[in-house]
Write a protein that binds this ligand. Structure first.
Ligand code: NAD
Ligand code: MG
Length: 414
């Protein structure tokens, strides 16, 4: 039975990163519940071709683009079809539609560090935040969680693992309560990982991985950056840091378990020995619908889980030697302060270079490790400081990337 109700006032939703994989799946769920949700604003970086049909279909009040040229083009095209959607441009406009007084829900689905500012704006304005952009918590976990509490925001994790953990955690825990695992009777979090396309690859095979191979995720369809993060297992590394802040967990209380079928989305173990898991088909519309409907359950379009067809659920330990990104993420979390922000920035630069076929797959962890070991780790004091740290780490990563490229081309010539 659909438990949506026409007696509710329709929730006004801003979707940051509407043209992306998560953005489009959010719109898909919203379209299934027109009596509950109305699209207030949609945003994209520069993809006019992607945003235009969404403006036509959902008639949002605002469409925001980061690139000026793209804004002009979108405005012209919307005018030509007589659309009433207003086009806004730039970072301030992203913050505006994330904190606007008419907005109830903000889906934070921009990829990378670019998602931090609008997510902070939504937190300070006390919105219901559906957080897909894990980089926000990796870069600025402490400051972001403080902003959520101070702004009176409701934070619902959309990353499938964290959404699963949230679903099996004891209810009614507010971030303001500053609870610990001891209070909740929790022993540990078991964060599941598919292991990506190279789960069984040897070190030699990993060194020869091509871009096409890395872009083929066995279970999930995702944007290019997170697909590469999944192949290096940095995605799981970022998720450990994400879990640390979302659930006030210690690094030692978060264990990664490789589970190739991606049917169990994560688990929580309690002190009495109970292990609670959330299962489902690997489809992000489940956590998205959970976030949109919470505390109600909404239909999402996701089919029934066929356990008989699934037949088996396998588990094994992750291998930090073949997947050094996972080790680097644990190290950054343990180092604390600005280390996770440096890890994130170096990873973004290295992944972009790999996507542009400028470096090899195994150069990604090598670059991140070098950036981390050559940077000073400081205590986090402000978002402005984190922005500087992010810019410096990007510069350093770009420099190391050029050196690696140069030595690779010299090796080819020899
Ligand atoms: P994507 O690449 O498919 O989409 C990214 C969106 O962000 C696009 O709309 C793009 O226009 C916008 N964008 C990119 N750069 C921008 C910038 N500089 N400023 C403003 N907007 C910008 O990415 P995705 O796979 O949808 O992932 C989005 C976020 O959700 C990521 O943080 C990812 O880690 C997280 N996430 C994704 C999945 C998934 O299944 N795709 C699962 C869990 C978490
Ligand atoms: Mg995930």
């Amino acid at each position: 039975m659909d438990n949506s109700s026409t007696s509710h006032q329709r929730q006004q939703v801003t979707i940051l990163g509407a043209t992306g994989t998560i953005g489009l799946q959010t719109l898909d769920v919203i379209a299934q519940h027109p009596d509950r949700f109305e699209v207030f604003a949609i945003t994209a970086n520069s993809n006019v071709k992607g945003l235009l049909p969404l403006c036509q279909q959902y008639s949002p009040k605002f469409a925001v683009m980061l690139q000026e040229k793209a804004c002009e083009e979108l405005s012209l095209q919307l005018k030509a079809i007589g659309s009433s959607t207003l086009v806004l441009c730039g970072g301030d406009a992203l913050n505006h539609v994330s904190s606007h007084e008419d907005v109830d829900v903000v889906m934070a689905a921009i990829v990378g560090a670019a998602g931090l500012h609008p997510a902070m704006a939504a937190a300070k304005a006390g919105k219901r935040i559906l957080l897909a952009n894990k980089e926000t918590l990796v870069m600025a976990g402490d400051l972001f969680m403080q902003a959520v509490v101070e702004g009176g925001a409701t934070l619902l994790p959309i990353d499938s693992e964290h959404n699963a953990i949230f679903q099996v955690m004891p209810r009614h825990q507010s971030h303001a309560d500053n609870y610990t695992f001891d209070h909740l009777g929790i022993r540990r979090i078991l964060l599941t990982a598919s292991g990506g396309p190279f789960r069984n690859s040897t070190m030699d095979e990993l060194k020869a991985v091509t871009l096409d191979q890395a872009l083929q995720h066995p279970n999930w369809v995702m944007g290019p950056k997170i697909t590469i993060d999944s192949a290096t297992m940095m995605n799981k590394g970022l998720e450990i840091i994400e879990a640390r802040w979302l659930f006030n967990a210690q690094a030692s209380q978060i264990e990664v378990v490789v589970h190739p079928q991606s049917v169990i989305h994560s688990m929580v173990e309690y002190i009495d020995g109970s292990v609670l898991a959330q299962l489902g088909n690997p489809d992000m519309r489940t956590p998205i619908a959970y976030g949109l409907g919470f505390p109600d359950r909404l239909s999402s379009g996701v089919g029934t889980l066929d356990l008989i067809k699934t037949a088996r659920l396998d588990f094994c330990a992750p291998d930090m030697t073949r997947f050094p990104c996972l080790r680097l993420a644990y190290e950054a979390l343990n180092a604390g302060g600005t280390a996770p922000a440096i890890l994130n920035a170096a990873n973004e630069v290295a992944v972009a270079s790999f996507l542009n076929e400028k470096i090899s797959f195994m150069a990604i962890p090598a670059i991140i490790e070098q950036v981390l070991s050559s940077s000073n780790i400081e205590a986090v004091t402000s978002i402005q400081q984190l922005e500087m740290v992010d810019a410096q780490a990007r510069q350093l990563a770009a420099k190391i990337t050029s050196t690696i490229q140069l030595s690779a081309s010299l090796n080819t010539v020899q």
